[in-house]
Design a protein. Structure first.
Length: 48
């Protein structure tokens, strides 16, 4: 979920902006998940 403020003259977010925010957040979530998995894999390799 994302919260923000709009300019006073804007009542809705354009669909292009909404799609762009969605793509950025999706990619950010993937990066965070991959970083966690990489750390887990590194710890497992140290234990071997």
């Amino acid at each position: 979920m994302v919260m923000g403020t709009l300019a006073r003259d804007m009542t809705t977010i354009p669909s292009e902006v909404s799609h762009l925010i969605s793509i950025i957040l999706h990619n950010t979530a993937n990066v965070l998940e991959n970083a966690g998995l990489y750390q887990l894999l590194s710890e497992q390799n140290k234990n071997l």
